[in-house]
Design a protein around this ligand. Structure first.
Ligand SMILES: [Zn+2]
Length: 328
């Protein structure tokens, strides 16, 4: 992708907080200052658009002549509300916030966040050995096999071999419920209350309403954050309808967008058309990393993480350079 054709880059953020707060690898936050710097850099290359302007572009209704940028956040963390207050609002940028509802309605945190939290407060070696001691023996045996280890390292290219194996085991080999049982036991051993964790980690309904009233978009991200594409049809529909109804109850409005948890490969539902028609979603976002261009399928929208966008900007000239060239 290069040049000035109409295009849309959607960037997604997870933790926005001081990296100094994190003792061990597990959470990889961007600081508020880095987030502000990112906005400045993105703004040099494109025009920030609102979610409804992005939707217009994605559904074929036109848009700005040149690169457009939309900022999004996944998982409903309180970090996102702070990022809006401290960085987006002063610049008048409107973002889209994808929220899973289990922490709000059941006071149960998302597995992905519990795992990250445990890893961030536990020395890596201690975490690995305790985790492996709690999984079924056949899973622990699998983790030492060379073929398994090679596969794990292929997926988690930025992690050590040991960490890659534990992450692969947790996210791919053990079932979601089995992994959660192990993680809950580890939290209990450390005396961590899930209710307190939810209060500290996630946005509350008032914060969500304030974002909504300020012109940001709040939308669906599944109730429990299970990868939708791996579920039976009825389970998938229950995940989405519970999530949609919870957000509707909080906002007084039905969300029209969804972002798929995990967002890649098998996690993307095969029949996104049926799902989106059933629940009236006009836009569905993945984590397939690319620009969106004219004719993009609005139900398989591409999105990049905070660590990937720089690579996609390298062929895009800064807008200041473009306009000075036009003037000349
Ligand atoms: Zn997520």
């Amino acid at each position: 992708m290069s040049g000035y054709c109409p295009s849309l880059l959607i960037v997604t953020y997870h933790y926005v907080r001081d990296p100094g707060e994190v003792r061990y690898p597990g959470i990889h936050p961007v600081s508020m200052q880095r987030f502000r710097n990112d906005l400045a850099r993105l703004g040099e290359h494109g025009t920030f658009v609102t979610p409804s302007e992005a939707e217009k572009f994605l559904t074929g209704g036109g848009g700005h002549d040149g690169p457009q940028i939309l900022i999004t956040f996944d998982d409903g963390l309180q970090d996102h509300w702070r990022a809006a207050q401290q960085a987006l609002d002063p610049l008048g940028i409107k973002g889209a916030f994808f929220v899973s509802s289990r922490p709000l309605t059941e006071q149960r945190a998302l597995l992905v966040n519990k795992l990250q939290y445990l890893r961030s407060i536990t020395p890596p070696e201690a975490f690995r050995s305790r985790f492996l001691s709690l999984v079924p023996p056949e899973a622990a045996l699998l983790a030492v096999q060379p073929a398994f280890r090679a596969k794990a390292c292929g997926v988690y290219v930025h992690d050590s071999e040991e960490d890659a194996c534990v992450k692969y085991l947790a996210n791919f080999s053990l079932g979601y419920d089995d992994t959660e049982m192990v993680v809950d036991e580890l939290l209990a051993e450390r005396g961590v209350s899930e209710t307190v964790l939810c209060d500290e980690l996630y946005m509350n309904p008032d914060q969500m309403r304030s974002l909504h009233n300020d012109g940001h978009m709040i939308a669906c991200h599944g109730h429990t954050h299970r990868p939708l594409g791996t579920l039976l049809l009825e389970e998938m529909d229950a995940e989405v309808s519970t999530n949609r109804d919870a957000l509707h109850g909080i906002l007084g409005e039905r969300p029209g967008w969804i972002s798929f948890p995990y967002g890649r490969g098998d996690a993307i539902p095969q029949d996104t058309e049926r799902l989106c028609e059933t629940f009236d979603f006009r836009v569905a976002l993945t984590l397939m990393s690319d620009w969106n261009v004219a004719g993009q399928d609005p139900l398989r929208v591409c999105r990049v993480t905070e660590n990937q966008y720089a690579g996609l900007l390298k062929d895009i000239p800064r807008m200041a350079d473009v306009s000075s060239r036009r003037v000349a």
